[in-house]
Write a new protein. Structure first.
Length: 109
């Protein structure tokens, strides 16, 4: 068994949740935030059999798109003004960041 953890953008989360449950994946959806942008994203925990990992990856890829997002500048506030960029910078946020972990034990009570 594997535990998949997929970090996706909030805009894609409902579509992805519906697609995963339609294909009988069991899913837990968590509200999360990215350390870099410090804005909200969504993390899915998906526990599944090894042979279904590729199918889940395919569904995630199909339902999550990458987008440009603006990073607002942070005032230096007494820090080093040389590296301060006074205008918003665009970064490309990926469709999904997925970790696939082995599960040692799975119990339900
Ligand atoms: P954030 O940490 O808010 O990062 C959002 C986007 O900002 C990233 O998109 C990347 O394009 C950029 N970025 C992040 N750190 C950067 C840095 N040090 N310098 C320059 N640009 C940087 P993605 O790579 O697609 O990541 C989207 C979200 O997935 C991340 O949001 C974070 O929540 C999660 N994530 C990505 N890699 C991770 C990792 N290795 N471990 C845990 N979470 C991760």
């Amino acid at each position: 068994m594997k535990l998949m953890m997929a970090v996706v953008q909030d805009q894609d989360s409902n579509k992805l949740l519906n697609a995963l449950t339609e294909h009988n994946f069991r899913v837990t959806k968590l509200a999360s935030s990215g350390g870099f942008l410090k804005s909200g994203n969504t993390t899915f925990m998906i526990g599944t059999e090894d042979i279904r990992v590729e199918k889940a990856l395919h569904i995630i890829k199909e339902n999550c798109q990458s987008r440009e997002q603006l990073v607002a500048p942070v005032s230096p506030m007494g820090g080093n003004a040389d590296s301060y960029v006074p205008y918003p910078v665009e970064v490309e946020v990926g469709g999904a960041t997925v970790f696939v972990l082995p599960v040692e034990q799975f119990q339900q009570f």
